[in-house]
Design a protein around this ligand. Sequence first.
Ligand code: ADP
Length: 366
Amino acid sequence: MKILVINCGSSSIKYKLYEFPKRKLITKGLIEKIGERNSSIQNHSQGIKELFSRLIKDKILKDINEIAAIGHRVVHGGETFKAPIVIDAQVIAKIKDCSSLAPLHNPANLEGILGCKEVLPKIRQVAVFDTAYHQTIPDYAYSYAIPGEYYKKYSVRKYGFHGTSHQFVAHKCAEVLNKPLNKLKIITCHLGNGCSVAAIDRGKVIDTSMGFTPLEGLIMGTRCGDIDVAAVFYIMEKERLTIQQMDEILNRRSGLLGVSGISNDIRTLNKEVKKNNKFAKLAIDMFLHRIKKYIGAYHLILDGADAICFTAGIGENNPAMINKLKKHIHKIAPKVKVLVVPTDEELMIASLTYGLLNNTSKSKKD
Ligand code: ADP
């Protein structure tokens, strides 16, 4: 059966079409500039229609009804969604409820779901949440040490993100080591533009570095990661910044970009380090230092990890950097396997969609 995976961003739609159960990628593509001035595509609904007509025009499909199911990436599932789910009216309403937790992402994800429903009203759709895989984190790890009323009133707690990638990498790691996942303790490090670490105890996440939003934790391309919040108040006061201005600084102008003053791209920074640029060197040293701190902490909370996996743009393409980290890891934990495992979030979404629909149709028959 053909499964389409859709990832709707605020101004783009990424898609991949698979053949299951072979898990074979048939085609992939990107619809960009949605809603921009001069763009022929003004909203996600139009974008989805464009996507379907492309599949026909490019002769990938003869009829869009050949698509058996659609898996959607949805960023935030709050505490409601602990696993992928078949989308119905109730699920749509609950995803809407979670929108206040991810105001830039969930509305776009929803528009994609509704757009598909408009074109293919009977198609089976599944929502796969970035946050869901982290829902096994215990309360003492997901709670912030602030008055409890803010959790009760506003659901302020750690959620974690990149869950689908951590899940994919953990499964692959078990495959590579030829051991069942439920016998392994794994630290997965997703190092892309956004970066996060997860501690996975026999298939269940027990902690992760991103928090209430993706800002917490590791130093990223343009996000600062962990910071003393009092320093943020101090800067805001000195510079008379609004909340929005400070948010923009911490999310878009910090991290590798903010420290180096040059770029958020590790490739550019590596070149600059060779030219003795001290700010590029500082940015990379800080980046690695923060990763080491999290790996050290997660090694302890797991009572010793069996494997540490690196993935995503930085993790997959910087062998020298990963070797440096490996040497450090082996100083304190010589037996830990250190692996580079390419991630594939879309394939994970397609597999989860396939698995869920197969199970539901089986249990309906039973
Ligand atoms: P996203 O989080 O946007 O999906 P990616 O996982 O693609 O990001 O990671 C993007 C980052 O990965 C880039 O900013 C760059 O630092 C790094 N990267 C990507 N490709 C390479 C490469 N070939 N060599 C070194 N670094 C790379």
